[in-house]
Design a protein around this ligand. Sequence first.
Ligand code: ASP
Ligand code: MG
Length: 419
Amino acid sequence: MKVYKFGGASVKSAEAFRNIAHIVRTYGGKEQLLLVVSAMGKTTNALEQIFDLAYNQQNFESSYLQSITYHQEVLQELFPSKSHPVHERLEQLFLQLKYELQRISPGANYDKSYDQIVSFGEIFSSTILHYFLQEQALPNIWVDSRKYIQTDSNWREGRVDWNWTERLIKRDLPAVLEQQLVVTQGFLGGTTNGFTTTLGREGSDFSAAIFAYCLDATEMCIWKDVAGLLNADPKYFKDTVRYPEISYQETVEMAYYGASVIHPKTIKPLANKQIPLYVKSFLDPAAAGTKICDCRFEKLAPAYIIKEDQCLVSFSVKDFTFISEQSLGAIFNALSELRIKINLMQNSAISFSICTDFNQERIQRLIQTLHDQFVIYYNTGLRLFTIKNYDSDSLNNILAGKEVLLEQRTRNTFQIICR
Ligand code: ASP
Ligand code: MG
């Protein structure tokens, strides 16, 4: 069986939904197929905003309407007949979202409430896809991934209970897949007591990999609006090249450094079972794309990865003593408590620096926690550049005209933090 993952861009319009039906019919072939779908277009960002307003007891009505109208317009184009049951189903879901928004109480747990609201994006898109494929003579069953991907209550980044998840998926889905297609949501999980969790932004790739792993898929494919896995983001670089084939290891590292093509957690479950991952363009589905598998290449094109909106934090001890293992311990503890992820770190005799994604609130809390022990400075609005498999040309290319705040290199990887 195969797992296909369709991201936000592949369900952003009525046209895009039609294209999915075409891909499923043409390339899904006779094989068993499970489809994992993200929220439509930029819906998750919109829901985050709506949620923020509601959480702060502000008026969310117009933002809510804007997002609902976007869905209704696509729906109208796909199902012109007003009497089609999809309309009633979606209207119920829209109302349910509104009800949940109104219900958020002032002191509620922010992250937990976030998951209950922001998850609606995938519920909407998967429901539309379910009905639409049905209409296109592609019989399928809508599966609620919250009932299968079981997580703890680490809201907004649920940690998967693999044993339980695998047991549930293996118990039900193989028999269903023998009969028909399965349509389910990316990004979502559930707790044993019935709450929704999310797996982290852009987590739908990871969801697809969880299903692929638990179902022993023969392959997984991520359908995107790019030709495959490229050595740089075409938004920033002109002459990008596509890797026809690349190893799991290289891909994990690229994702770790911030390449946004694939969610970093996606590779491990696939690599553990040697399930090949294809990245293909939904705009040109017949093209080769990239195959990610257990392979080795002597020389790969240098990969350029940019992480925006970085913050460089430095901790100095107050009394000219050295940065000790004990002080590092205190710093790491605080970072872990606050879920601040280190993208790069460096230490000198009396100071220690980390580069992290900027989050004002968490940085403030970090300072509160540690200001007794350290003098803490931070710079924001920075970019972290990484080149994997660098050579002298790629270094010159990156360094030209930049003010470098920090530089680090190993045999394979070169990183700088710049303004
Ligand atoms: N819709 C979610 C997001 O935008 C999950 C995903 O697209 O992978 O983060
Ligand atoms: Mg998305």
